[in-house]
Design a protein around this ligand. Structure first.
Ligand SMILES: [Fe+2]
Length: 322
């Protein structure tokens, strides 16, 4: 089965990220998700597990697949997880999603679904390869979140929006990592070794937590930060996403962030699942070459990563949510 099927872009989102395809649940997946939403009344809530992954990524929701007692529904949900695991992202590394919460699958049902998929995808990709972390709330006045990559251990990042303001503030923003490195190179003040370090961080899936390191190089106290943040801001692509909409991206290819929101950001604003896929390492060498070229770097340069990133107050909300 396919998890998703092509659909039209919602009217409010047309024009932004015009090259990215829009999908919704496939008919089969939608039937499963609707049946699951009806069945959750008697089920346990997802539990929070603590895992020693890193300061930003150490907690995940979990819901064992055998919580679903109906064998056909359970098998169907496992097939949905398999479809996600085997479905490669399109070449551009971004898929935009709509209509995910139809059939009663918003709110708690989507929360339980993502927790269950987390467990099923962890079984497919290896323990710790899938992660569904709570999002930290933020005050509206301080709710902007600069462009960043989450850099979880697995690069597939699925975000499903729920509690978003009706005025479309708090708009998600995107910037491809190729564009990022091009504008950094064009700006000219970041040392070559630091540009190489950014490429290495984007591609590092060693399991170490690299989120703070990359955030610091982009937004910390450095001679280049002001000029580069200004260019990132000018180049960002804003995409209004409403409840039941979202995206699946390769976190190595796309930075994401959040414009300021007029109201407080709640923990239900967006639900975020990261997971491994069978094909995630295909094309990584090509991506490395693409990123190095964008950064103006030769493929074989001297080893070493230049500046040692310092850990400052770069992440005011205490997580990598956006
Ligand atoms: Fe994030």
């Amino acid at each position: 089965m396919d998890a998703f099927a092509p659909t039209q872009a919602p009217a409010h989102a047309r024009g932004a990220l015009a090259d990215a395809p829009w999908c919704t649940w496939s008919n089969e997946a939608r039937d499963l998700v609707t049946a699951f939403a009806k069945a959750i009344g008697g089920m346990a809530e997802p539990a929070l597990l603590t895992r020693p992954v890193g300061p930003n990524h150490d907690v995940t929701y979990s819901l064992p697949v055998d919580t679903v007692t109906d064998p056909a529904l359970r098998e169907g949900l496992l097939a949905l997880a398999e479809a996600l695991y085997h479905r490669p992202l399109p070449e551009g590394g971004i898929l935009l999603l709509s209509g995910l919460s139809g059939g009663g699958a918003g709110g708690r049902a989507m929360h339980s679904l993502l927790a269950l998929l987390r467990d099923a995808l962890s079984a497919l990709g290896g323990d710790g390869s899938a992660h569904y972390a709570p999002i930290a709330p933020a005050e509206g006045a301080r709710s902007a979140f600069p462009l960043h990559a989450d850099l979880f251990r697995s690069p597939n990042l699925l975000s499903v929006f729920d509690d978003v303001p009706a005025d479309d503030s708090g708009t998600p923003v995107f910037l491809s990592t190729t564009r990022l490195l091009t504008l950094i190179h064009d700006q000219g003040s970041m040392p070559e070794a630091t540009r190489r370090r950014i490429v290495d961080l984007l591609l590092d899936r060693s399991g170490d937590d690299r989120y703070d390191d990359l955030f610091d190089l982009l937004h910390g106290t450095h001679p280049w930060t002001y000029a580069i943040e200004k260019r990132m801001h000018a180049a960002r692509i804003a995409l209004r996403l409403r409840p039941g909409e979202g995206y699946l991206v390769d976190d190595r290819r796309w930075l994401h962030g959040r414009e300021p929101q007029t109201s407080d950001v709640t923990s239900d604003r967006v639900r975020r699942l990261t997971f491994a896929s069978a094909t995630m390492n295909e094309g990584v060498d090509a991506l490395r070459r693409e990123l190095l070229a964008a950064a103006g770097l030769p493929e074989a340069a001297l080893p070493g990563h230049g500046v040692e990133p310092h850990r400052g107050p770069s992440d005011p909300q205490g997580d990598s949510s956006a």
